[in-house]
Ligand binder design. Structure first.
Ligand code: NDP
Ligand SMILES: O=C1O[C@H](COP(=O)(O)O)[C@@H](O)[C@H](O)[C@H]1O
Length: 514
């Protein structure tokens, strides 16, 4: 953990640092759905200094009441205490409208910041850029000219997309780098704030039992899967510019891959962690045509759900993929030859994000019909870590049966509250901890892997295979994962809680082996 705090920073009586949080793009969707609820979560749980001021800034003209409506729309109140906390939280929030490229508007913002900082004594500013990329550099430039001083510690949270390819990402990095130092920039990938993603380092480096098997000698393949049930739902026009690879795979899934594959860092210091993540990325060659499968969803089989091209905001005949499976190889001593299959898609049969580490076959042939061991880390929903393993079927005889060691969070940690990813990350940024943010060279290495194949896709050289809304994905997926090592066990595996729920007639999804 690194911190740029110095002894000159103001703190409250409990030693909490005093900052001002400025949300740029405060009238938008991200601010309403993620940023303000996360700030409230931190406030409610006493992670935010109670003197903190939160200033919203955007072009829309809004009075305080309208702004408060916007701030609270997605905040879930679970108790009377929450209601009281929200009332106090809103006292810290204010709004100011202004253009994104007008120095005079940012000077007005500066006057407001100076005024609130006089009240709070804050000497740090966190600018949260909840903005579209088109205004990104304009806003950063205005901030640098009008709202920046060496006496105040400044941090800038930047949201994806960080460019469209290697070239545009480098251009963006250069322009932003001319205004703010790498120390001041926090590139957010909200998957790095998810509990099970953060658990990856502990699972790997705090358990001796996994250390010696976490390599190509024991592991056959790794599957990292993101599935959403919903389609683009009116956001098709926005999505079409990017496609599923830029939306999910190049960032969220690749970040997860680095944590699964990296060597142990020297310490938890953010630069030590990020050094190891970059090394993994640099060992991955660009994805080839043979190692990618694309899909685009059509209408659901019953015709009730619209297909991607039915969305009026999507350009006619678009070939943008809404599903992608890609196999990456890490050419280092630990992983050479092990396929890392990344799969992601919208409008699928279920919602889940998971990491599935599948082990090699047992070499000895004394038992028949064995399934491979798997370690599954389910990121969402219903956080869990489970190990699929062979066991003796209880009773007379020596029959094998597939079973599991199951660490389901809902039963093991049912008193614990799992923080929202954005809460965890905003708190990290307030504390000056970069570990869970993406460093510039990491981004560069990530784009090098994806840019060549993205160019082919953008030029329409690869046709996505259609799949029906609500299904597993495009035809050929089963063969694709099988080609890259994934083996479905011969034995039927039923998770006991599914069979128990089915017996009780509850509406629980049974495992599909179709
Ligand atoms: N603690 C817990 O909560 C636990 C829950 N369980 C539950 O039990 C169920 C079974 O678990 P598990 O065996 O791990 O998972 P599944 O059998 O659901 O999925 C295993 C893998 O098989 C793939 N797959 C699914 N259908 C096919 C197919 N027709 N051909 C080829 N591949 C396919 C899936 O890919 P894809 O995703 O792309 O379809 C996934 O990678 C799951 O619902 C799981 O959540 C099990 C243990 C513990
Ligand atoms: O970044 C994105 O992530 C969301 C999924 O996030 P989750 O936390 O709900 O899993 C995805 O829907 C969106 O398309 C993408 O831009």
């Amino acid at each position: 953990m690194s911190s740029d705090h110095t002894s000159s920073c103001a703190t409250d009586e409990k030693g909490n640092y005093l900052y001002t949080v400025i949300v740029l793009g405060a009238s938008g969707d991200l601010a309403k759905k993620k940023t303000f609820p996360a700030l409230f979560g931190l406030y409610k749980n006493k992670y935010l200094n109670p003197k903190t001021h939160i200033v919203g800034y955007a072009r829309t003209k809004m009075d305080q009441a309208t702004f408060e409506d916007h701030v609270t729309k997605y905040i879930k109140l679970k108790s009377e205490d929450d209601k009281a906390a929200l009332k106090d939280f809103l006292k810290l929030c204010s709004y100011q409208d202004g253009q994104y490229d007008k120095d005079s508007d940012f000077q007005r913002l500066e006057q407001r910041l100076v005024q609130v900082e006089k009240e709070s004594g804050a000497t740090e500013r966190l600018f949260y850029m909840a903005l579209p990329p088109s205004v990104f550099i304009k806003v950063a430039t205005c901030l640098k000219h009008n709202n920046y001083s060496k006496e105040i510690i400044t941090r800038l949270i930047v949201e994806k997309p960080f460019g469209m390819d290697l070239e545009s990402s480098r251009k963006l990095a250069k322009e932003l780098g001319a205004l703010f130092s790498e120390e001041e920039i926090y590139r957010i990938d909200h998957y790095l704030g998810k509990e099970m993603v953060k658990n990856m380092m502990i699972l790997r480096f705090a358990n001796v039992i996994f250390g010696s098997i976490w390599n190509r000698q024991s592991i056959d393949n790794v599957q990292i899967t993101f599935k959403e049930k919903i389609g683009t739902q009116g956001r098709g026009g926005y999505f079409d510019e990017f496609g599923i690879i830029r939306d999910v795979m190049q960032n969220h899934l690749l970040q997860i891959l680095t944590l699964v594959a990296m060597e142990p860092p020297v310490s938890l210091n953010s630069e030590d962690v990020r050094d190891e993540k970059v090394k993994v990325l640099r060992f991955i060659p660009p994805i080839t045509r043979e190692d990618i499968l694309l899909g685009q969803y059509g209408k659901s089989e019953d015709g009730k759900e619209p297909g991607y091209l039915d969305d009026a905001t999507v350009p006619k005949g678009s070939k943008t993929p809404t599903y992608a499976a890609a196999t990456l190889f890490i050419n280092n001593e630990r992983w050479a030859g092990v396929p890392f299959v990344l799969k992601c898609g919208k409008a699928l049969d279920q919602q889940k994000t998971e990491i599935r580490i599948q082990f090699k076959n047992v070499a000895c042939g004394i038992f028949k019909s064995l399934s491979r061991n798997e370690i599954v880390i389910r990121v969402q929903p219903d956080e869990a870590v489970y190990v699929k393993m062979m066991n003796k079927e209880p009773g007379l005889g020596m029959k094998t049966i597939i079973s599991d060691l199951d660490l389901s969070y809902s039963s093991r940690f049912n008193d614990s509250v799992i923080p929202e990813a954005y809460e965890a990350l905003i708190l990290d940024a307030l504390n000056g901890d970069h570990s869970n943010f993406v460093r510039n060279d990491e981004l560069d290495a990530a784009w090098k892997i994806f840019t060549p194949i993205l160019k082919k896709i953008d030029q329409g050289e690869i046709n996505p295979i259609p799949y029906a809304y609500g299904t597993r994905g495009p035809k050929g997926l089963t063969e694709f994962v099988a080609k890259h090592g994934y083996t479905r066990g011969e034995q039927e595996y039923v998770w006991p809680q599914h069979s128990a729920a089915a017996a009780a007639g509850k509406d629980q999804k049974a495992p599909s082996k179709n």
